[in-house]
Write a protein that binds this ligand. Structure first.
Ligand SMILES: [Zn+2]
Length: 281
């Protein structure tokens, strides 16, 4: 049922690796996973790689060519993950996926397209015959992932624009995003993503605010519960987060900035605060 080469695109966060393995096993039954493909190497997309590689020793790992060298020497990626306060177990990559090439998986041809912006080395996979797009964090039903380069004062929004235009030209009928469910209202979602991009371009501080909320929520989601002082200590060791405050919220102390983020997440009922304990909802 899963073809000669049972494959998976992206493997989630390390905190879910056991659940993912059980899910894969359920679908594989007596077969073995043969291939792991990553759209990009954020910790919530390749966090299960190492574990799956261990369990399914015949599985190869294919990653964006732009990060192939970094995976050979994990220190760079370790630093990247740490800069946003995340961790991800090291794995070995077997194949570098290059943009503007094709990969045939179980008889289906997938085009590989560069999709920079959220991550500068990110790729999307597109099956031209079936018009299926696997979009990672480059394109979601309600937008796209945090534009990380912009947080460090680098160009990012322009790349998102290029990537959304490239996706529009593909005329996909089905999109399997990196977060959320499969969707088919592709043009409506592209329009939504473009208007979100325009808004962020004219209000970069709102993008910075969105990014900090996402990164703090992400941390709490995986820790489930944390003491406020531990969160503050973690925040102080994540350079990208510290950068956001210095570049966009320099009027606020680190404490006041964190309070502002926690208040927003509480208002949205995304977290709850009980005394000094922060609880993910
Ligand atoms: Zn990502």
């Amino acid at each position: 049922m899963l073809g000669d080469t049972p494959s998976i695109v992206d493997t989630g966060h390390v905190s879910q690796q056991v659940q993912l393995e059980a899910l894969i096993q359920h679908h594989l039954q007596n077969e073995s996973l043969r291939q792991i493909i990553n759209t990009h190497l954020h910790s919530d997309h390749c966090g299960g790689n190492a574990h799956l590689q261990n369990v399914h020793s015949s599985a190869t790992i294919s990653i964006p060519s732009g990060q192939f060298a970094a995976v050979q020497d994990w220190s760079f990626l370790k630093e990247t993950h740490q800069s946003i306060g995340q961790n991800c177990p090291a794995f070995n990559a077997d194949e570098a996926l290059k943009p503007n090439t094709e990969k045939t998986i179980n008889g289906r041809v997938w085009q590989i397209h560069a999709a920079p912006g959220h991550d500068m080395d990110a790729l999307v996979l597109f099956a031209p015959k079936e018009k299926i797009l696997i979009s990672g964090d480059a394109f979601w039903e309600n937008g796209f992932g945090v534009v990380f380069p912009e947080l460090n004062g680098e160009v990012g929004f322009q790349y998102i624009d290029d990537t959304l235009n490239m996706i529009e030209e593909l005329q996909a009928r089905w999109v399997v995003p990196g977060h959320g469910q499969l969707f088919t209202q592709v043009q409506a979602s592209l329009d939504k993503a473009k208007s979100k991009l325009e808004y962020f371009q004219s209000h970069p501080i709102n993008h910075a605010s969105y990014a900090s909320n996402v990164l703090i929520k992400f941390k709490l989601m995986h820790e489930r519960e944390m003491q406020r002082e531990d969160l503050l200590a973690w925040l102080s060791s994540a350079p990208t987060l510290l950068n956001i405050r210095e570049r966009f919220f320099q009027d606020l102390s680190l404490h006041a900035w964190l309070d502002q983020i926690l208040n927003k997440l509480t208002t949205k009922k995304s977290i709850a605060i009980q005394g000094s304990t922060l609880i993910n909802l």
